[in-house]
Design a protein around this ligand. Sequence first.
Ligand code: HAM
Length: 426
Amino acid sequence: MPYQSPRGTNDVLPYDASRSERTFDSHVWRWVEDTFAQLSNQFGYSEIRTPIFEDTELFTRTSGDTSEIVTKQMYSFLDKGDRSISLKPEGTAPVMRAYLQHNLGASGGPTRLWYFTHIFRYERPQRGRYRQAHQVGAELIGTDSPAADAEMIELAYRFYERLGVRGLKVSLNSIGRTETRVAYRDALLKHMESYLADQGTEARAQAERNPLRMLDSKDPAMRAALQGAPSVLDYLESESAANFAQVQSLLTEAGVPYAVTPEIVRGLDYYTDTVFEVQSTNLGAQTALCGGGRYDNLIKEIGGPATPSVGFGAGVERVIIVMESQGLLPEAPRPDYYVVCASAEAEAKVRELVRSLRATGAACGTDIQGRSLRAQFKAADRSGAKRALILGEDELAGGTLTVKDLGAGTQETVNYNDFLSDVARA
Ligand code: HAM
């Protein structure tokens, strides 16, 4: 095989029963995307699509130039006009750029947007972690109401619920505003002082650049050192604390189960106050199905007016992995009919029938190569069609049609015109 898809990327393929891997079946992706689109529309969100690449600076200014995503994982390059361009590592900053550029808040807001996007991160690939991954996501722009945070979390939760996913855990935290962060940073670094003294220069520098990231470290020694560390929740300003309490009471009212988890800090620097993740135990090492939170300073950071906002991104590959492990994958769609041509004279009539059936909305396959009857029945079986419709000399002469149930193997002859009007009426 001369060429393979690049490491960490996947092809999303048509269903084929002989393939054991089901995560990349295109009908499953279509199902997940359509479910999200429909639910988001029900919540009053409209779709937005942004380019696959943006000016690099959009991400360095927003995701944070100390975040791992920006420092290590971005696919950045100079284009032929010497501009620094990056494939989008996440969907939020581009949506905010578009919101500002097109003045989407002009009608008074808040503005509710949903999206499906590719994301690109140069990570070490493993199951559930890819270099080209995909998210569905939503952003609620232009309000600092705790009801917005609750609405976002509820939307994410209902998405998984609608897909039938079980065993979800919603982890909720508040990381406060800048002042909280400064005070908490110092307290955390102080707690970790003796542990960090024994670490290498790079690890120490990293901890000092972004102390909060220590909290979600998976390193057992770091985890042990974190025992008894102060909690960010003890450092919240009173407004943040009141908002956080309000978010929780709204979630309780909505029947969305959650657990306050002070270790959730998120890997992007733009968050303020509420942050959350939805996790599943069926994901192995990658536990996060979805992550999000409030980002009140992002729009200001890219030159707009202060615009408090909240949103989330949900990994498409990851939810499908969980659905597969829970036996929730939808069946591949099957055509309603496969029209079989039993004699050369019937060819034009076959084309007419196929056209008429498709016009009624039915899914219908047929042979276009003049193949033998046997080959056509084989193709009908392979297509998964529920019924074969056979047109040959006898049917032409009698104005009839032979209908064969491909599951049961039974067949009957019916009047051609009656059959078509029945299908049109159904
Ligand atoms: P994030 O936590 O970086 O947040 O990504 C959200 C979700 O995307 C993750 O929980 C995971 O399911 C999926 N994901 C991320 N990276 C990968 C990967 N390499 N392979 C597979 N799946 C992945 C964001 O991107 C924010 N923009 C979310 C947000 C929206 N915050 C506010 N609004």
